[in-house]
Design a protein around this ligand. Structure first.
Ligand code: AFP
Length: 348
């Protein structure tokens, strides 16, 4: 019997279970959504593609690190005083090179450079990046990440970069995101229209949309803080951590901000890096760690604060400014910062 190719029982190409769809490729997604962006010139799209490309190269190197001589320190410290690992330096080179070649970026601020790096003066964008965060975890094969923030320059293209271009508040970001080099590699980003997550398919060499329109649970049961420093926490932080224990919350702390953040984004939770005796302003960097994650978390329905103020409203005075950071599920962050308000009202 001859079968008709129009038989209604024939599965459609989209829904075929024999060859399940792998999803939308990042390139196509960027192109399809380009019009959402206020300055839909294609430059931001190209910039996101450049970041994706550099992250693939870094991913390749992270995966080979144990086989070739890429582990360990280079013997110098970065601006923030952290010991630079070989992969820190290498990731910085990979991202800087990709962004320089792309031509959309006029200035790059990196954890690994003392001052900003001039790229293409005609470029419309400023980028702040932590090329490889959590680098103390490299040698022990634990998840690490890249964090990036993108701003539109304020001075006219073609003129010298000014402070107003560089020292912008987090609320002025036009896009931000992170790459997580974990059990799989993921790129998660926002352009202010929700958060989308893409998983890297290594055999195809491409990111595919795996987590569309990500939403953070409003509540959670995970708290992430380095309790080794508990003796030097302020009273409100100590009280909130005690509250978490009284609620039988689960403690989870990897020591790689991107990995801790991503887990909490998916499952619901709070990440805290408070001011401590060792780091009275907090340890994390506002410009290339906290602002990007604050933008992502707000777009996913969560919240980010320094304990007193919304992270995205904090005024930036210098490139490597540090901050205390409370980020995560909205109700949990609100609860944590209510301990600060309680202290403030007692001292009024
Ligand atoms: P490194 O990149 O120097 O390892 O710093 C990582 C980090 O900034 C962030 O990813 C972690 O959440 C945080 O430091 C961990 O700091 P502690 O080791 O003080 O808990």
């Amino acid at each position: 019997m001859q079968r008709s190719i129009n038989n209604s029982s024939t599965p459609s190409i989209e829904s075929s279970r024999i060859a399940a769809s792998i999803g939308t490729a990042l390139d196509r997604f960027i192109k399809n959504n380009q019009a959402q962006f206020q300055y839909a010139s294609g430059e931001l799209s190209q910039l996101l593609r450049d970041i994706a490309l550099a992250s693939k190269v870094v991913n390749r190197e992270v995966n080979k690190a144990g086989l070739i001589d890429l582990m360990g320190a280079v013997g110098s410290q970065n601006m923030a005083g952290d010991e630079q690992q070989k992969l820190d330096v290498l990731a910085n080179i990979r991202f800087t090179r990709a962004l320089a070649k792309g031509g959309e970026v006029c200035a790059l601020i990196s954890e690994e450079s003392d001052s900003f790096v001039d790229l293409n003066n005609a470029g419309q964008y400023v980028i702040a990046i932590d090329p490889l965060d959590g680098s103390s975890n490299i040698d022990v094969n634990v998840s690490i990440g890249t964090i990036f923030s993108i701003y539109r320059r304020k001075s006219p293209a073609g003129t010298p970069i000014q402070d107003i271009d560089i020292l912008q508040k987090g609320s002025e970001q036009v896009a931000a995101g992170y790459v997580l080099y974990g059990s799989s590699t993921m790129l998660v980003y926002t352009t202010g229209h929700g958060v989308n997550g893409f998983t890297y398919e290594p055999t195809l060499g491409e990111y595919f949309l795996s987590h569309p329109n990500m939403k953070m649970p409003e509540d959670g049961k995970i708290y992430s803080v380095n309790e080794g420093s508990a003796n030097s926490f302020t009273e409100p932080v100590k009280a909130y951590v005690q509250f978490c224990k009284d609620q039988n919350y689960t403690a989870r702390y990897i020591g790689s901000l991107v990995a801790d953040f991503h887990r909490n984004l998916m499952k619901g939770g709070i990440y805290i890096y408070p001011a401590t005796a060792k780091d009275p302003q907090g340890k994390l960097r506002l410009m290339y760690e906290c602002n990007a994650l604050a933008f992502v978390v707000e777009q996913a329905g969560g919240m980010a604060s320094n304990g007193m103020e919304r992270i995205l409203n904090v005024r930036l005075k210098e490139l490597h400014q540090r901050t205390a950071f409370y980020v995560g599920s909205k109700n949990m962050v609100e609860k944590a910062i209510s301990y600060w308000s309680a202290v403030e009202s007692k001292t009024d």
